[in-house]
Design a protein around this ligand. Structure first.
Ligand code: URA
Length: 260
């Protein structure tokens, strides 16, 4: 029988090997049992051509994330694989892994930036002041994270599942590591519309920052329509910007109605 590993390309096989090493494996062991007494009777053979262990600096964290995310067949599996991902140092300083909230059947997925203090404590996204404003904003167009009906529901997640220290912006390398997980997350939920809430999700999904220019114009992210919006934390500091946010919410509402 052909081993499933023989269908892997070099990079995938190498990344899997590095993953095993990260988990503490220090010795290769074959699939088939070996009779050690039999082997001892034979003449010693030259050592098998096993690649030398890679130094940690040669591990490609994005490739490891891609393989792990691609292996997830459900949201539960994705949450498990992402929370076990060892290469993002933010996990060391965070209290909780913050995966998602809301209805996974929702037609609208909101992608935020990263957990803040309240989310880190509670383990759920958007539960602080900004989150309460977000709930009020979407309630104004008839959508809620608690809704059972997919037409009235939202699903909420973040680019980063761990709180950055002092709420600093996530670094480009940290965003790059999480992007395969975010892409798989969106694929598994399969929403009709993605809302990119602030600069970090625009950076991750569109490769662009400058939310005040991007907001209000439909873009494409993860193969579906995406609306960049100003983050509710920004709206709390700049209430005058709520007028534009309202226009963006109405654009989302009419797009949902047009494709129902
Ligand atoms: N801001 C975000 O972008 N996400 C959260 O979960 C909380 C605040």
């Amino acid at each position: 029988m052909e081993s499933p590993l023989s269908s892997l390309d070099f990079h995938a096989a190498r990344a899997m090997l590095e993953w095993q090493m990260e988990l503490g494996a220090d010795e290769p062991i074959g699939d088939a049992p070996i009779d050690r007494y039999e082997v001892a009777a034979e003449a010693p053979r030259p050592a098998a051509a096993m690649p030398a262990p890679l130094p940690r600096s040669e591990i490609d964290p994005v490739e490891v994330a891609r393989i792990a995310a691609g292996a997830a067949g459900s949201l539960e599996e994705l949450a498990g694989l992402q929370s076990d991902y060892p290469h993002c140092d933010l996990r060391k300083g965070a209290r909780n892994f913050v995966f998602a909230d809301g209805n996974p059947q929702a037609r609208v997925l909101i992608l935020g930036e990263a957990p803040g203090r309240d989310e880190d404590i509670e383990g759920r996204p958007f539960v602080g002041r900004a989150g309460q404003l977000l709930d009020r904003m979407f309630a104004a167009i008839g959508l809620a994270r608690t809704a059972h009906n997919r037409d009235e529901a939202i699903y909420i997640t973040n680019v980063m599942p761990w709180r950055p220290p002092q709420n600093r912006d996530p670094e480009p390398a940290e965003i790059a590591m999480m992007l395969p997980f975010v892409a798989r997350h969106v694929e598994l939920v399969n929403p009709d519309i993605v809302v990119l809430m602030g600069n970090t999700p625009c950076d991750a999904a569109l490769g662009r920052r400058g939310i005040l220019r991007l907001r209000g114009s439909w873009a494409e992210a993860f193969g579906r329509p995406a609306m960049p919006m100003t983050h509710p934390a920004y709206l709390l500091r700049n209430p005058a910007a709520k007028r534009e946010a309202w226009a963006d919410l109405l654009a989302i509402k009419s797009r949902l109605e047009a494709s129902r």
